[in-house]
Design a protein around this ligand. Structure first.
Ligand SMILES: NC(=O)c1ccc[n+]([C@@H]2O[C@H](COP(=O)([O-])OP(=O)(O)OC[C@H]3O[C@@H](n4cnc5c(N)ncnc54)[C@H](OP(=O)(O)O)[C@@H]3O)[C@@H](O)[C@H]2O)c1
Length: 358
């Protein structure tokens, strides 16, 4: 009986919903536009407010810091590479930031998160926006992984690295009726090959914050950014090498981005947060793929296979080399599709620790 009922619903509900949405669409669009205009007019004034940004040492986090600086906010910049944060602090001051605090910390360590939140409160006495940007991308076929010890690190940074700072900051955000701003990704609902663990962590992030949104109600705002490919360290071959509990990074390819998509996206994100938007999407036409995922998932599968898979033997992103023999996994940048596989890059270790003096 239940089977027959569900079979009938399968036939009736989708087309009926589509027709309903088609009729409601113009009215809903009008209401959303009106709401957007009102919120833009009454958007939050950030002057002298306090914004804590994790992952502020590069790309999107750095540009978000500059956007808040232009709005004359006080900033707390958090990442592990302290030397990069000092340069960003100078730029932020020039752009109009009131006071800028630099804190070297690892968002995967709960104690570090408690410390940077309590340092913020001790110094400024309040916290208005927490912006979670810390993240680590990857680009390898799951089956090619030669050491599974690297897996939890990707989940730790991309999921727990959002949860711990939020947990530590929530009591203070409640006091200030503040906001959590989170960088998720389009991969949270449109997973692509070679980014499975990243996509899984981002999906967890979205579900966690959408659930938290109901718990905190109107006490704390939550803005989720689900954007597509923008650029940044991730796209320039930043890789992760695990040695004990330390992370090492390849620094020579890293360049500070100050314009282009990253700057544009940061501007949109901060504007959306100050407007009180629930979601910030860039670019919005990617939403169309959601329809494909729901109604014709096979088409997406074929497209990814055509676009992203290469013929012939699979190229490895997680290659065994001398470091593997020494018991250390090495995560390398996968070569772009259509180009020959590169040889193992020479590693230039730059050991990081929660508080690193340069
Ligand atoms: N770039 C894109 O195209 C793109 C697309 C979709 C979504 N996103 C999302 O947007 C956000 C920012 O991306 P991005 O391109 O700016 O990335 P990015 O350039 O790789 O920057 C990541 C930041 O996170 C910090 N970080 C990493 N692990 C950390 C840890 N354990 N503790 C503290 N800080 C840590 C890094 O600083 P340290 O190394 O100094 O600690 C760095 O500042 C991420 O959430 C990403 O998933 C990016």
């Amino acid at each position: 009986m239940e089977y027959i009922l569900n079979s009938m619903m399968n036939v009736v509900v989708p087309p009926a919903s589509m027709v309903m949405m088609a009729f409601a669409w113009p009215t809903l669009s009008f209401l959303r536009a009106a709401e957007w205009a009102v919120k833009t007019f009454f958007q939050e004034d950030m002057e002298n407010k306090v914004v804590l940004i994790t992952g502020a040492s590069s790309a999107i986090g750095e540009q978000i810091a500059y956007e808040y600086a232009k709005r004359k906010a006080n900033l707390v910049l958090v990442a592990r590479r302290e030397h990069r944060l000092f340069g960003i602090r100078e730029n932020a001051r020039i752009l109009g930031a009131r006071q800028v605090l630099v804190i070297a910390a690892d968002v995967v360590k709960e104690d570090d998160c408690r410390r940077f939140v309590s340092d913020t409160i001790s110094y400024f006495g309040q916290l208005n926006h927490l912006v979670n940007t810390a993240s680590l991308g990857h680009n390898f076929y799951f089956e090619d992984a030669v050491d599974t010890s690297i897996f939890p690190h990707l989940m730790d940074i991309n999921f727990w690295g959002n949860v711990y700072p939020t947990y530590a900051a929530l009591p203070y955000l409640r006091q200030s009726h503040g906001r959590v701003v989170v960088n998720a990704s389009i991969e949270s609902w449109l997973p692509i090959p070679r980014m499975g663990l990243y996509a899984a962590a981002k999906a967890a992030v979205i579900n966690f914050y959408d659930s938290l949104r109901y718990e905190v109600n109107d006490g704390v705002g939550i803005t989720l950014a689900t954007h597509g490919w923008i650029g940044g360290d991730m796209s320039r071959g930043k890789f992760m090498l695990e040695e004990g509990s330390e992370m090492q990074w390849r620094e020579e390819k890293e360049v500070s981005l100050t314009n282009g998509h990253v700057g544009e996206f940061a501007r949109m994100m901060v504007a959306g947060a100050c407007r009180g938007d629930t979601y910030v999407k860039y670019p919005t036409w990617y939403d169309t793929f959601l329809l494909y995922r729901v109604f014709v998932p096979d088409v997406l599968g074929w497209t990814f296979q055509l676009l992203l898979s290469s013929p012939g033997p699979r190229r490895h992103s997680l290659l065994p080399d001398a470091s593997i023999a020494a018991g250390r996994p090495l995560l390398l940048e996968a070569p772009p599709v259509g180009k020959p596989a590169t040889t193992s890059p020479r590693r230039k270790p730059a050991t990081t620790s929660p508080r690193r003096a340069e």
